[in-house]
Design a protein around this ligand. Structure first.
Ligand SMILES: CC(C)(COP(=O)(O)OP(=O)(O)OC[C@H]1O[C@@H](n2cnc3c(N)ncnc32)[C@H](O)[C@@H]1OP(=O)(O)O)[C@@H](O)C(=O)NCCC(=O)NCCS
Length: 395
């Protein structure tokens, strides 16, 4: 149990019965973004402070409470997971998520106290490294983590966002998209994830989550490929790989929370669960605030994207068109999103049209204890991790 009492602020563990409404209120009052004349609200009926860490067995929420009044002025989440690296080792990684300090109490050291407290929890749980993601334009967060807490850049990524209305949604007749069973997906990911600099060790758990809608492969029809009638354990499930192919999975955030856009004088983001996606995607989203968007809506997140071969452009386009079509059939889904590292071979093949938006994202890392592998240090501590798996549970 974390219980840090310093000056007039107490950092303690979140107590669901006592704190759920107060944390909700704090998050609804947190303001991130610029003035653009549009407001984005989360649908308050879906507020769930645990939403981003619920999937992890080792997780914590800490709150900062003012001793005099009992007011909750800050919150942070943390979770711990095992990740594999391209160097062939396995690391215990702590993830810092959803850090928020009430606008009226910023610049008083509350954020720093919360980060130090969550780091202590991680250290007690034996993590090798901690990491977090933040928008490149978030000076407060960058200052806090780099100047005060000694984090360094791990990776630069791009978040791609497209409204569902993708022009001409027909998928080329030359391309085949096939759905895999969960066992087939696990088997194929086992072979492909090792190409990533960092990837989760529990891909099977992610694929079995109810928010995961499934896994598909896209390839050129004339090349033939999978024998999906065969069982995974049968040798001919995966024949020789075609020359070019893409595997992808889809995560349905619409089930977890909804967003709402309203016109207003100032851009205010009102949060009740902490999700960096909401913090990041909307300032850049060139979406008209039409009637349909003023009702609560969500998005589909394409994850586990991996491609091999020369002709990836048309295949990536098919992935977006396929997901946009699926998005249209899902109640209240209006946007398709993915995130890729700067050196992911697929990043340059994301289809670009005038409604595609792109946001720069940064991952920071800090080394904690124990683990010392030269190759891991080289990759993690020198911003060499350019092709990483973006975990849909944390997005
Ligand atoms: C980022 C955030 C949590 C910082 O909380 P805070 O309580 O104000 O931070 P602290 O007072 O502990 O500041 C610690 C250091 O962070 C840096 N920092 C904080 N706010 C800053 C700002 N607006 N601009 C530049 N640097 C800033 C400074 O180095 C500061 O030290 P200093 O005050 O001695 O110069 C807060 O601004 C916030 O809730 N922002 C909105 C949500 C968000 O962006 N969360 C982070 C997502 S990863």
């Amino acid at each position: 149990m974390v219980n840090i009492r310093e000056s007039n602020v107490l950092v303690r563990e979140f107590d669901e019965d006592r704190d759920v409404n107060l944390v909700g209120m704090l998050e609804r009052n947190c303001e991130i973004g610029t003035k653009k004349g549009v407001s984005i609200f989360t649908n308050s009926t879906m507020g769930d402070p645990l939403s981003r860490i619920r999937f992890y067995p080792l997780r914590i929420i800490l709150v900062a409470e003012l001793l005099e009044s009992g007011e909750i002025v800050g919150v942070v989440r943390g979770c711990i997971k095992s990740v594999g690296t391209s160097a062939g080792s396995f690391l215990k990684m702590g993830c810092i998520l959803g850090l928020r300090v009430s606008p009226n109490h910023r610049r008083k050291g509350v954020g720093l106290k919360l980060v130090r407290s969550i780091e202590e929890w991680m250290m007690r749980n034996g993590v090798d490294y901690t990491f977090l993601a933040t928008e490149k334009s978030n000076d407060a967060s960058k200052g806090l983590f780099t100047k005060k807490c000694n984090y360094i850049t791990l990776s630069s990524l791009a978040i791609f966002i497209h409204p569902t209305s993708f022009p001409g949604k027909n998928i080329s007749k030359d391309i085949k998209i096939e759905k895999l069973s969960i066992d087939q997906a696990i088997s194929l990911y086992k072979r492909t994830l090792r190409a990533k600099d960092l990837y989760p060790m529990d891909m099977d758990v992610i694929l079995k989550e109810k928010l995961s809608l499934g896994t598909w492969v896209s390839y050129y029809k004339d090349e033939g490929w999978l024998n999906l009638q065969s069982k995974v354990e049968e040798e001919n499930f995966i024949r020789e790989n075609p020359r070019s192919w893409v595997i992808f999975s889809i995560w349905n955030t619409c089930e977890a929370y909804k967003l709402q856009i309203k016109k207003s004088q100032t851009l205010r983001f009102l949060h009740n669960t902490l999700n960096q996606a909401r913090d990041k995607i909307f300032p850049c989203l060139r979406m008209p605030v039409s009637d349909s968007l003023s009702r609560p809506f969500g998005f589909l997140f394409i994850y586990g994207l991996h491609g091999e071969g020369e002709n990836l452009g048309l295949l990536m386009e098919s992935v977006w068109r396929f997901t946009s079509r699926l998005d249209e059939t899902m109640k209240d889904c209006k946007v398709v999103v993915t995130e890729l590292g700067f050196s992911d071979p697929l990043a340059k093949h994301v289809p670009q049209d005038s409604s595609m938006s792109c946001i720069d994202d940064l991952w920071y890392v800090k080394k904690f204890t124990g683990h010392s592998d030269e190759k891991d240090d080289e990759m993690l501590m020198k911003a060499q991790a350019g092709n990483v798996f973006v975990d849909p549970r944390e997005f």
